[in-house]
Design a protein. Structure first.
Lengths: 326, 313
């Protein structure tokens, strides 16, 4: 026990120390900068308030993004320029073709299914009298890490030899229904879809909560007027509800596209990217840190960025419109 | 005024009737079916973590309802500070690591982002809008793009030719080496969300304070910080979940340093090495899940309010 605390107490000390130093430095800077008066007051405030964030973003995101762009044109050890050969490999290598195909599948299916399910739930919740418990249960998986989620889902997908007891829920159900269980996570392309279900399970609650708030914000008299006009169910949804929440729907959809592209953990923890399930973000990690080819890894990161780019343009367009209204 | 209020209440009642009467029962049943389906996988993990080792591989977890046979031995095994199946001190050190990583990685970016958001919203200058859009755009940069160069910066510094611009920081494999990347990667979203909220604070309040001779620093501390609590709480949830549940940043920046590996990171590794020890894996996984759930449910009421400030009207 004492060696345990001997090892771990210093860590807690480091944590509290770091927080204390951080706050103390801020307090001192605020105190000194607060003395500035007259003409100096505004510029000093701008530097103190905005400076730290800009410096961190410059060194943490902007600079590295530029460097990665350059690395993607260099060889595995980043010593010499290789032109476009990393990109050429990326688009022609047979194993990469599976990775790209999987990534496209993920983008085509998961965002729309997740957001659509979120919308369906939001609409249904709006018609319920009491919603809080069911809502919390559906939202709960969002708080679970993708690693945790992969372990949770192992109890659904787990497979044992036919002569042994099946402890996986899906395998057991399949046997009861009379079609002998197979090793789900090894079966292509089924396994990719099974991993998508984990993502949908995890994120649908988030889509639901955001869309639910948007539906509640639809003015009462609009709904009421159309209900009096005899609009019910599907007609009310298509004619009134959906158009009113369309912009929120698209924002959530864009968020899901980005989350799907960055997805790494589910694949890594469930199959390790084997059995034809790998996606770009996972392969990028393997290429860089397992096979130590920084060039190819960087090229994949750049392709990810290019794929996300339309979502960026859309979001900025949306933001500008929103701000001009407000 | 009274006419207005009298007019309003039947309207709301009517609206609710129109919304809720038809399909109300069907909706309730559908939502509950989905809610139950959504809970079953987690329930399986939870139930398994309380079952004896021998039974886990023999029968499915749903048998726990037929033959309740519960034990806490799995939890006492992972929390014992003696060696557990190849882990010298149980999982407690990794729980501590997770907290040591997460708490500063939440406090640092929120503080820096609140300052930046206040500046962009209320201390406008030429080009401040451009800076805001730029930061917003960075939200979308996949962090994968930044990992390797940032790691190089930590281990080797920045050199232009033979001139050292930034010396090697030597913080990879230390806690500081994880706090800093998490802070950097959190800033775009944090600044964006907090800016939405802070920009919507009443203008009169700020102007009155300045007329009274308060500096920007006083306004920030006395007015902006206290009023921004809902947005700060919403982002706290987000950032806590993100850092606690993160795998990629931890894998990259701990570099496999045993002493600082967070729980989630260790769990991903154990999923391979403990492949046959389901009793240990499920109880560890449940601990990993429990902490964010507690944080989430205790701050839940802020979540939607702080997130949607200014976006849904």
């Amino acid at each position: 026990m004492s060696t345990f605390w001997h090892d771990n107490l210093p860590k807690l000390g480091q944590m509290f120390g770091a927080i204390a130093i951080f706050l103390a430095v801020l307090a001192v800077i605020f105190f000194i900068a607060g003395r500035a008066n007259g003409k100096m007051q505004r510029p000093v405030a701008i530097v103190v308030f905005l400076g730290p964030a800009l410096l961190l973003l410059l060194f943490g995101l902007l600079g590295p993004a530029v460097r990665t762009f350059l690395l993607s044109f260099k060889g595995s050890a980043s010593h010499h320029w290789v032109g476009f050969s990393n990109y050429k490999w990326l688009f022609t290598d047979p194993s990469m073709r599976i990775v790209l195909k999987n990534t496209v599948f993920w983008i085509l299916f998961t965002p729309i299914v997740t957001t659509g399910l979120g919308l369906l739930l939001a609409v249904l919740l709006d018609r319920m009298r009491r919603e809080s418990v069911a809502k919390s249960l559906i939202f709960m998986p969002m708080a679970i890490s993708f690693v945790g989620a992969s372990i949770v889902w192992q109890f659904v997908y787990k497979y044992a030899n036919p002569n042994q007891p099946q402890v996986g829920l899906m395998s057991s159900l399949a046997r009861h229904l009379g079609f002998g269980p197979t090793n789900w996570l090894l079966t292509q392309p089924l396994n990719t879809f099974l991993l998508m279900i984990v993502f949908i399970w995890s994120q649908a609650g988030f889509a639901m909560v955001i869309l639910s708030a948007a539906i509640k914000a639809v003015p009462a008299d609009v709904m009421e007027a159309s209900a009096l006009d005899g609009a019910h169910g599907w007609k009310l949804f298509r004619g009134i509800t959906f158009p009113m929440v369309r912009s929120t729907f698209i924002v959530v959809l864009a968020t899901m596209v980005v989350a799907t592209l960055k997805l790494f953990d589910i694949v890594r923890a469930s199959t390790g990217g084997n059995f034809g399930t790998s996606v770009l973000a996972n392969e990028m990690y393997s290429e860089t840190f397992v096979r130590f080819d920084a060039g190819r890894g960087a090229a994949m990161a750049i392709i990810l960025f290019v794929l996300v780019f339309p979502a960026l343009i859309f979001n900025i367009y949306n933001l500008r419109r929103e701000r001009s209204i407000a | 005024m009274s006419l207005l209020t009298r007019n309003k209440s039947p309207k709301i009642a009517e609206h609710n009737a129109g919304r809720k009467l038809f399909g109300s029962r069907g909706a309730t049943i559908t939502v509950w079916i989905i809610a139950i389906l959504w809970t079953i996988p987690t329930l399986g993990l939870f139930a398994t973590s309380f079952r004896p080792k021998a039974e886990i591989s023999e029968t499915g977890w749903w048998n726990i309802f037929l033959h309740p046979h519960l034990t806490l031995s799995n939890y006492s095994a992972i929390f014992s500070t003696s060696s557990v199946s190849g882990i010298p001190n149980g999982i407690l050190p990794y729980v501590i690591n997770s907290f040591v990583i997460t708490i500063p990685a939440v406090i640092f970016p929120i503080t820096i982002a609140t300052m930046a958001a206040y500046c962009l919203a209320w201390v406008k200058f030429r080009g401040s809008d451009l800076v805001f859009y730029g930061i917003f755009a960075l939200q979308i940069v996949p962090i994968q793009v930044a990992l390797v160069p940032l790691l190089n910066l930590f281990t080797g510094g920045v050199h232009v030719g033979s001139v050292t611009v930034i010396p090697a920081l030597h913080i990879a494999g230390k806690f500081l080496g994880i706090w800093i990347p998490h802070t950097m990667f959190a800033l775009p979203l944090a600044i964006y969300l907090l800016h939405n909220f802070i920009a919507s604070l009443p203008r009169d309040l700020m102007e009155a304070a300045h007329v009274d001779g308060a500096s920007h620093f006083t306004v920030f501390r006395r007015i902006v910080l206290p009023l921004s609590v809902p947005a700060i709480a919403a982002f706290t949830i987000f950032q806590f979940l993100w850092v606690w549940n993160d795998l990629l940043v931890a894998l990259t920046f701990t570099g496999g340093t045993e002493g600082i590996d967070p729980l989630n990171n260790k769990l991903a590794g154990l999923a391979g090495t403990w492949g046959s020890h389901w009793e240990l894996l499920t109880s560890s996984a449940f601990i990993t899940i429990l902490v964010p759930l507690v944080v989430f449910f205790s701050l839940q009421r802020y979540f939607v309010r702080g997130l949607l400030a200014g976006s849904v009207k």
